[in-house]
Design a protein around this ligand. Structure first.
Ligand code: SF4
Ligand code: SF4
Length: 308
């Protein structure tokens, strides 16, 4: 076995030991196919007020501009599918990825451990870790590395476990064996397009971010436009509709990461509890949570917007 094969196998088995669902590797090179797609999406203003997406256009498509002399992009998936749901069916809904500790902390820590393993076991390797950070097109890299295909709802999908996982990357200056993409299994299905409450999936594989409930409830700093009143299907932070309806998510299995478990009491909160939430309760149930991004005032704005 040559050293490239050996290193690749050791990295993949360490990723598994650290709890990642899967690991795929691609050559670090310019993402040629993505360039026109990203440019068109930005030109059509589908990023809304997320102006940061316009920055670093070149860096976003070319990992060699992010890490000197980079050779490989290692993509990793971490499952967050919960075993429990919110108990009150009338309660404002929280996206499943936000039930537990902020994934940035959890994944960064695992990526650091993986990089440390590579440095210890393989030698002097330089790299950087990325978790949902603007400069890296994580879904495109994961798809290129054979971890799944990008579905019509623009999420990465797998036949084995659906789409409820985070995607992260390590970009490193080590040559490894590269994986190849898998085929698209969306077929004639249009369940996500039909179910999207705000018709944000404007054509198969294209989500207009500026119409998406996740954007309105998390990214938008101003008031939510009144024209969207009564269209949010009770989502107060994020939206899982296009994933919940996806037939491949029948195969989602609960995660086994204790840090992703919800804070006690979170799933038990009733509609009334949410409508009367105080800063104190917010700080308690969302301690170290990604929901802190909207702050208490943002969540209150979202909850009020849902009132009929
Ligand atoms: S997350 Fe919700 S609003 Fe956004 S595209 Fe999916 S279904 Fe539509
Ligand atoms: S719901 Fe259907 S079309 Fe949409 S991503 Fe899933 S399989 Fe593809």
């Amino acid at each position: 076995m040559n050293s490239k094969t050996k290193y690749t196998q050791r990295i993949k088995s360490e990723a598994k030991r650290l709890g990642f669902l899967s690991c795929g590797i691609s050559k670090a090179e310019f993402l040629e196919q993505e360039a026109p797609r990203l440019e068109k999406w930005l030109n059509q203003n589908m990023h809304g007020e997320m102006r940061y997406m316009e920055n670093h256009f070149d860096k976003r498509l070319d990992p060699t501009k992010l890490v000197d002399d980079s050779k490989s992009v290692i993509s990793l998936l971490l499952n967050y599918f919960p075993s429990e749901k919110q108990k009150d069916p009338e309660a404002p809904k929280l996206s499943k990825y936000a039930y537990g500790t902020d994934y940035h902390f959890v994944i960064k820590d695992k990526l650091k451990q993986l990089l440390h393993f590579i440095e210890e076991e393989i030698g002097e390797v330089h790299g950087r870790a990325f978790v949902d950070s603007a400069p890296v097109l994580d879904k495109a890299w994961a798809a290129k590395s054979g971890l799944g295909w990008i579905g019509k709802n623009s999420n990465l999908l797998t036949q084995q476990v659906g789409s409820f996982y985070f995607i992260a990357e390590l970009i490193i200056d080590l040559d490894l064996e590269y994986d190849t993409p898998v085929t698209d299994h969306c077929g004639t299905c249009t369940a996500c397009i039909d179910a999207c409450p705000t018709q944000a999936i404007v054509e198969p594989y294209v989500v207009d971010g500026s119409k998406c409930i996740s954007y309105f409830t998390i990214e938008l700093k101003e008031e939510i436009p009144n024209s969207y009143k009564n269209q949010f299907d009770d989502w107060m932070f994020g939206c899982d509709v296009c994933q919940d309806v996806c037939p491949w998510n029948r195969f989602s299995k609960p995660h086994n990461e204790p840090l992703f478990n919800p804070k006690p009491g979170l799933l038990e909160m009733s509609k009334k509890d949410w409508e009367e939430i105080t800063q104190e309760v917010f700080s308690k149930v969302f301690q170290k949570s990604a929901v802190k991004r909207t702050k208490f005032s943002g969540l209150q704005r979202n909850i009020s917007f849902l009132k009929k």
